[in-house]
Design a protein around this ligand. Sequence first.
Ligand SMILES: [Zn+2]
Ligand SMILES: [Zn+2]
Length: 240
Amino acid sequence: MIRWLKKFINLILPPRCLICGKIIENDNALCPECFNHITFITKPYCLHCGRPLSFTNLDKDLCCPKCLTKKDSVFYLSRSAIEYDEYSKKLILDFKFSDHLENRYLLTQWLIFAGKDIFDTHPDIILPVPLHYSRLFQRKYNQSAILVRELSKKTHIPAYYNILKKCRYTKPQVICNGKQRRKNIKDAFIITNPDFVKNKNIILVDDVYTTGSTLKECAKVLKKCGAKNISTLTVARVIE
Ligand SMILES: [Zn+2]
Ligand SMILES: [Zn+2]
């Protein structure tokens, strides 16, 4: 009966590619052309920060030059599923600003795939990068929290939505350069209940990793409250 009903609904409202809108066979997916345009971040990548690497010596512990020189990174591991580029942009921006919440199913699938190394470290909790309440009011939802909800359902790792809070309104990071981004976001987050993060392995989730300023600032306050390891999991990463 349910299968029959699904066929009937598909006839009236056929599944469409989440990027170009072309009719496709399955729900919440991409057409083959759009899928081929997406650049997935696969090995070899830096085992620490997840940046794609251009060489293929897979026998060694791979590390990018930045991580080799700067060993005291605030993050334990960082992973992103895809590169943020002209093709993946629509998928992310539609999800973030245009109420295309149905994109969450595909994006969460990709997060689970990309986060394998992080899940193997037995994280205790997942936290979304929060929005300031006034921005939340404008946008109606926090895209990172939506992803975390799906991720927590699939991985059974508990998620908390009110422990890490944004206490200061900031300009959108997208209009700032690297240095301005760090300044703009400085001291913008607080932890409402330090007992929940103390000695915990934490996954911080966001949609895009650009310079990492926002994630680093979140990690900084979490560390101050005694968090053990903080890993970041993002759908897309800006590759310089
Ligand atoms: Zn398409
Ligand atoms: Zn690295």
